[in-house]
Write a new protein. Structure first.
Length: 129
Protein backbone atom coordinates (compact mmCIF):
# COMPACT_ATOMS: atom_id res chain seq x y z
CA UNK A 1 0.00 0.00 0.00
CA UNK A 2 1.36 3.44 -0.92
CA UNK A 3 1.99 6.18 1.62
CA UNK A 4 -1.07 8.05 0.32
CA UNK A 5 -3.38 5.04 0.46
CA UNK A 6 -2.16 4.26 3.98
CA UNK A 7 -2.86 7.85 5.01
CA UNK A 8 -6.38 7.69 3.59
CA UNK A 9 -6.92 4.40 5.36
CA UNK A 10 -5.81 5.87 8.70
CA UNK A 11 -8.00 8.93 8.25
CA UNK A 12 -11.11 7.03 7.30
CA UNK A 13 -10.74 3.91 9.45
CA UNK A 14 -13.91 3.40 11.39
CA UNK A 15 -15.59 6.57 10.10
CA UNK A 16 -17.01 5.45 6.77
CA UNK A 17 -19.92 3.68 8.46
CA UNK A 18 -21.12 6.79 10.29
CA UNK A 19 -24.14 8.26 8.45
CA UNK A 20 -23.47 11.76 7.17
CA UNK A 21 -19.75 11.59 7.91
CA UNK A 22 -17.44 13.37 5.55
CA UNK A 23 -13.81 14.38 5.65
CA UNK A 24 -12.87 17.53 7.51
CA UNK A 25 -12.44 20.62 5.41
CA UNK A 26 -15.85 20.73 3.77
CA UNK A 27 -16.78 20.10 0.20
CA UNK A 28 -14.20 20.76 -2.44
CA UNK A 29 -15.52 22.25 -5.67
CA UNK A 30 -14.64 22.40 -9.34
CA UNK A 31 -13.07 25.78 -8.54
CA UNK A 32 -10.74 24.11 -6.02
CA UNK A 33 -9.79 21.49 -8.63
CA UNK A 34 -9.20 24.22 -11.20
CA UNK A 35 -7.00 26.27 -8.84
CA UNK A 36 -4.85 23.25 -7.92
CA UNK A 37 -4.62 21.90 -11.49
CA UNK A 38 -3.55 25.24 -12.92
CA UNK A 39 -0.72 25.26 -10.37
CA UNK A 40 1.02 22.38 -12.17
CA UNK A 41 3.34 23.21 -15.07
CA UNK A 42 1.95 22.70 -18.55
CA UNK A 43 -1.65 22.03 -17.52
CA UNK A 44 -4.40 23.30 -19.79
CA UNK A 45 -8.14 23.17 -19.29
CA UNK A 46 -10.63 22.21 -21.96
CA UNK A 47 -13.95 20.45 -22.19
CA UNK A 48 -14.16 16.66 -22.30
CA UNK A 49 -17.58 15.02 -22.66
CA UNK A 50 -19.08 18.41 -21.86
CA UNK A 51 -17.27 18.66 -18.51
CA UNK A 52 -14.23 20.68 -17.39
CA UNK A 53 -11.05 18.65 -17.85
CA UNK A 54 -7.35 19.28 -17.23
CA UNK A 55 -4.57 17.92 -19.40
CA UNK A 56 -0.79 17.62 -19.09
CA UNK A 57 0.50 15.44 -21.94
CA UNK A 58 -2.68 13.36 -21.52
CA UNK A 59 -5.85 13.66 -19.48
CA UNK A 60 -5.00 14.49 -15.87
CA UNK A 61 -8.46 15.02 -14.34
CA UNK A 62 -12.04 15.53 -15.44
CA UNK A 63 -15.29 16.28 -13.74
CA UNK A 64 -17.37 13.11 -14.17
CA UNK A 65 -20.57 14.71 -12.87
CA UNK A 66 -21.39 17.39 -10.32
CA UNK A 67 -19.27 16.77 -7.24
CA UNK A 68 -17.37 13.80 -8.70
CA UNK A 69 -13.87 14.06 -10.15
CA UNK A 70 -11.96 11.52 -12.26
CA UNK A 71 -8.21 11.28 -11.56
CA UNK A 72 -5.40 8.89 -12.44
CA UNK A 73 -3.77 6.85 -9.70
CA UNK A 74 -1.66 3.74 -9.21
CA UNK A 75 -3.68 3.01 -6.05
CA UNK A 76 -7.25 2.65 -7.30
CA UNK A 77 -7.93 -0.69 -5.58
CA UNK A 78 -6.37 0.39 -2.28
CA UNK A 79 -8.19 3.72 -2.24
CA UNK A 80 -11.56 2.15 -3.00
CA UNK A 81 -10.97 -0.57 -0.40
CA UNK A 82 -10.01 1.97 2.26
CA UNK A 83 -12.97 4.31 1.64
CA UNK A 84 -15.52 3.11 -0.95
CA UNK A 85 -17.86 6.01 -0.18
CA UNK A 86 -15.18 8.42 -1.44
CA UNK A 87 -13.23 6.43 -4.04
CA UNK A 88 -15.01 4.27 -6.62
CA UNK A 89 -15.44 3.57 -10.32
CA UNK A 90 -18.23 2.64 -12.68
CA UNK A 91 -18.38 -0.12 -15.30
CA UNK A 92 -17.28 2.54 -17.80
CA UNK A 93 -13.92 2.73 -15.97
CA UNK A 94 -13.24 -1.03 -15.86
CA UNK A 95 -11.04 -0.81 -18.98
CA UNK A 96 -8.96 1.97 -17.44
CA UNK A 97 -7.48 0.65 -14.18
CA UNK A 98 -5.60 3.91 -13.54
CA UNK A 99 -8.84 5.92 -13.24
CA UNK A 100 -10.71 6.44 -10.00
CA UNK A 101 -13.71 8.62 -9.22
CA UNK A 102 -13.54 10.87 -6.16
CA UNK A 103 -16.49 12.40 -4.32
CA UNK A 104 -15.37 15.99 -3.73
CA UNK A 105 -17.58 16.39 -0.66
CA UNK A 106 -15.50 13.71 1.08
CA UNK A 107 -11.93 14.90 0.49
CA UNK A 108 -10.10 17.68 2.24
CA UNK A 109 -7.86 20.18 0.43
CA UNK A 110 -4.61 18.33 1.15
CA UNK A 111 -6.02 15.01 -0.10
CA UNK A 112 -7.27 16.67 -3.26
CA UNK A 113 -3.84 18.21 -3.85
CA UNK A 114 -2.12 14.82 -3.38
CA UNK A 115 -4.56 13.11 -5.75
CA UNK A 116 -4.06 15.76 -8.43
CA UNK A 117 -0.27 15.72 -7.97
CA UNK A 118 -0.14 11.96 -8.58
CA UNK A 119 -2.54 12.27 -11.50
CA UNK A 120 -0.38 15.01 -13.02
CA UNK A 121 2.72 12.80 -12.82
CA UNK A 122 0.88 9.86 -14.40
CA UNK A 123 -0.59 12.05 -17.15
CA UNK A 124 2.88 12.97 -18.30
CA UNK A 125 3.85 16.10 -16.47
CA UNK A 126 5.27 18.69 -18.82
CA UNK A 127 8.66 19.57 -17.37
CA UNK A 128 9.73 23.19 -17.19
CA UNK A 129 6.62 24.47 -18.93
Amino acid sequence: MSRFAAKVNRITEGLAGIPGWCHAGGMQTVEDVRRIAWGFPGVVERSSWGQPAWFARTLMARMWEDGVLTVKTTEREALAASDPETFFWTPHHERSPALVLVRLDRVDPSELEELLDESHRIAGAVRGA
